[in-house]
Design a protein around this ligand. Structure first.
Ligand SMILES: C[S@@+](CC[C@H](N)C(=O)[O-])C[C@H]1O[C@@H](n2cnc3c(N)ncnc32)[C@H](O)[C@@H]1O
Length: 201
């Protein structure tokens, strides 16, 4: 008999239990093509935060591309999974909560979003947007993948376009928004994710 898994996705033990059981359907095991395209076209790099970094493939990519990178995850099991992926860059990952972590007083040029907002229960979304706005310098960006779905259950918790715009537009301007080709998505997000760039007002 298997023990029941924790049900509250706002708690680290929800995620710890899933990493420990190898139930990680969100784990792409790779750097998304759209991230490579966007990043390689940038004229400059800066300080980037990866909240809810999980196995941290992209954190290593950012560090290798010259970004001052901080990857955080409040799950000890996630950080344990990230360390071997990060290899020589393991110092950029810390076990910490997005809503309060050491180093959050120094502004970020960018936050990279993948499968983090949709991991948060919807009641935390206003806090996510306010927190992202506080962490990013004016003119900096929140970019990455956003999950669109109407299923009330999660995670992943999907947004409608209306919901996302109501959340983000008071604080951020949307400067890029495109569908992710299905062949570039993993099963749980296929056909339902969009690449978006939000510029902090
Ligand atoms: C669905 S996983 C995505 C992991 C990774 N971004 C990826 O794409 O593979 C969500 C991650 O967010 C982390 N997480 C959830 N709430 C968090 C919080 N408040 N602070 C830090 N990490 C959090 C979880 O521990 C989990 O590793």
């Amino acid at each position: 008999m298997t023990a029941e898994l924790p049900r509250d996705a706002s708690k680290a033990n929800f995620w710890d239990a899933r990493y420990a059981a190898g139930i990680v359907p969100w784990d792409a095991g790779a750097i998304p093509a759209q991230l490579r395209l966007h990043e390689s076209a940038l004229a400059s790099r800066g300080r980037v935060l990866i909240p809810g970094c999980g196995s941290a493939y992209e954190a290593r990519y950012f560090a290798e591309r010259g970004w001052d990178t901080l990857a955080i995850d409040f799950s000890a099991a996630a950080i344990a999974a990230a360390l071997p992926v990060l290899g020589p860059h393991s110092g950029i990952a810390i076990q910490a909560d997005f809503f309060g972590f050491p180093g959050d007083d120094k502004p970020f040029d960018a936050i990279y979003e993948r499968a983090f907002l949709c991991a948060l229960p919807r009641r935390l979304w206003p806090d996510y947007a306010a927190r992202a706005e506080r962490l990013i310098r004016p003119g900096g960006t929140l970019f990455g993948f956003f999950f669109f779905d109407t299923n009330p259950k999660g995670p992943p918790f999907g947004a409608s376009r209306d919901e996302l715009e109501r959340l983000m537009l008071p604080l951020f301007e949307c400067i890029d928004d495109r569908a992710v080709p299905p062949e570039e998505s993993i099963d749980i997000f296929r056909g339902k994710e969009r690449w978006m760039i939000w510029r902090r007002r």
